[in-house]
Design a protein around this ligand. Structure first.
Ligand code: PXG
Length: 459
């Protein structure tokens, strides 16, 4: 398998492979890190280095690497029936069984699912379905979808439009019409003059302001991640989501929860909306549904919408070749059963989630850490220049990347979003492994602090 050397892999990579979200030329100069295998929560690269993967691949390997039950499920299904579609009045057993199991593990309003191949495609389905719903309700004027600045909802045209990433909107004429953004519930940046709970109500109020500005009769839906992941693990105040729910209910607006990261146990409940206290009409999922072993996504469709689509909808002109792919569905079934059998959600809720929270609380004493927060197994550290005033480092120093550089060299995958250092380790992580991860995090923070002293970057 590893017939080539790292340099050979890097040369072939640079010659042919255009990576996602990458400055192609700069990566070609540096060379990619080549990951060759993985087990449990550890990766191995092509030089034989062992790396603790505190990002679960890309927020997805919830059950950890090397789970034979998932491998077996894929191999068995590939032998039996590697593919058949669900378009022309046909279905396959794994897709049917997965639809059934998803309606069991999701909140009670969900009894139907529409499958896609990814989270981005799932959110494209959301846009199509929400607008179709309002057409069928005789209110075609309700077409505007409200999202948030710094949200991430994928990279297709609709996904990137729903997302609130300015860098993405700047390329390709986005957002598409009918999608608008309100400010995110980021307390540290927008609300430090208030308590977190007061700020949660204020931030939710921005939704009501925008609805009134647009006219409620034109607003179809509000979409949000329970906790913004790619935006930097922005954990909203506890008051935020219940107030968002109240506002959506008041104006009859559909509420969409993008559970691509928060779903399948990440926050210590099966879905983030359960942890954060709201009841969505639609729920996008991907990633953790298969723990990333194979691609699969979809949308859970709440009863309010399903009833209209089924009873009055006629044909819904939408779908993907891989909607309900039997191999992906077989792997998802094995994955969800494994989560159930090993009580992985309870493991996060009662054991490692609270343990990680304790450890992160201690990190607040570190001279560079201005804020430290966790929810289940998502966590963030904010690097600041001056803890007493909360002043941030100038962005041109790119302190997050300085810290990430140390992580890279020390064998820890921790991401930097600006100066927010984030982790989302596999849910199978143990207390002893959290101790190991925390000592790596401390070492990387200390090395970053030493750099700041050496270069005179501190206040
Ligand atoms: N919604 C959310 C909330 C996501 O986090 C998507 C939709 C899109 O899913 P697909 O499967 O189409 O990628 C995501 C994906 C990052 C990062 O930098 C996060 C994602 C993808 C790539 C990078 O943290 N999340």
């Amino acid at each position: 398998m590893n017939a080539r050397t790292t340099l050979e892999w890097q040369a072939a990579d640079a010659a042919h492979f255009l990576h996602p979200f990458t400055d192609f030329q700069s990566l070609a100069r540096k060379g990619s890190r080549i990951i060759t295998k993985a087990d449990n929560i550890y990766l191995t690269d092509s030089d034989g280095n062992r790396i603790l993967d505190a990002m679960s691949g890309l927020w997805c390997v919830n059950v950890g690497y090397g789970q034979e039950a998932l491998v077996e499920a894929a191999a068995r299904q590939m032998r039996e029936l590697p593919f058949y579609n669900a378009f022309f009045q046909t279905a396959t057993p794994p897709a049917i069984e997965l639809a059934e199991l998803l309606s069991e593990v999701t909140p009670p309003q969900f009894k139907h699912v529409f499958f896609s191949g990814s989270g981005s495609e799932g959110n494209d389905t959301v846009v199509r379905m929400v607008r179709r719903y309002w057409d069928l309700m005789g209110q075609p004027g309700r077409s505007v979808i409200i999202s948030r600045v710094n949200a991430y909802h994928g990279s297709t045209m609709a996904g990137a439009s729903l997302g609130g990433m300015s860098g993405m909107h700047a390329q390709g004429g986005l957002p598409i019409p009918g999608i608008v953004h309100i400010q995110q519930p980021y307390w540290y940046e927008h609300g430090r003059s208030m308590s977190r709970d007061e700020f949660g109500i204020v931030a939710a109020g921005w939704l009501e302001d925008r609805i009134l500005e647009i006219g409620a009769e034109k607003v179809a839906a509000f979409i949000g991640e329970p906790i913004q992941g790619a935006g930097g693990v922005i954990i909203p105040p506890a008051t935020y989501w219940p107030e968002i729910q109240r506002i959506c209910d008041k104006y009859g607006i559909l509420l969409v929860s993008d559970e691509v990261i928060c779903g399948f146990g990440r926050t210590g409940q099966w879905f983030g909306c359960e942890t954060l206290g709201y009841r969505p009409d639609l729920m996008t999922f991907a990633k953790g549904v298969t723990s990333g072993y194979v691609p699969l996504g979809g949308v859970m469709v709440g009863d309010r919408i399903a009833k209209v689509l089924i009873e009055h909808g006629g044909e819904f002109n939408h779908g993907y070749t891989y909607s309900g792919h039997p191999v992906a569905c077989a792997v998802a079934l094995a994955n969800i059963r494994l989560i159930q059998e090993t009580r992985l959600v309870e493991h996060v809720r009662d054991d490692v989630g609270p343990y990680l929270a304790e450890q992160y609380a201690k990190l607040r004493e570190h001279p560079l850490v201005g804020d430290a927060e966790t929810c289940g197994l998502m966590a963030v550290l904010l690097l600041v220049k001056d803890k007493s005033t909360g002043a941030m480092f100038p962005s041109e120093l790119d302190m997050g990347m300085v810290c990430r550089g140390h992580c890279f060299r020390e064998g820890l995958i921790m991401r930097a979003v600006g100066d927010r250092m984030i982790i989302a380790p596999p849910l199978v992580i143990t207390r002893a492994q959290i101790d190991e991860m925390m000592s790596l995090i401390r070492r990387c923070l200390d090395l970053t602090l030493a750099d700041a002293h050496t270069h005179g970057w501190l206040a």
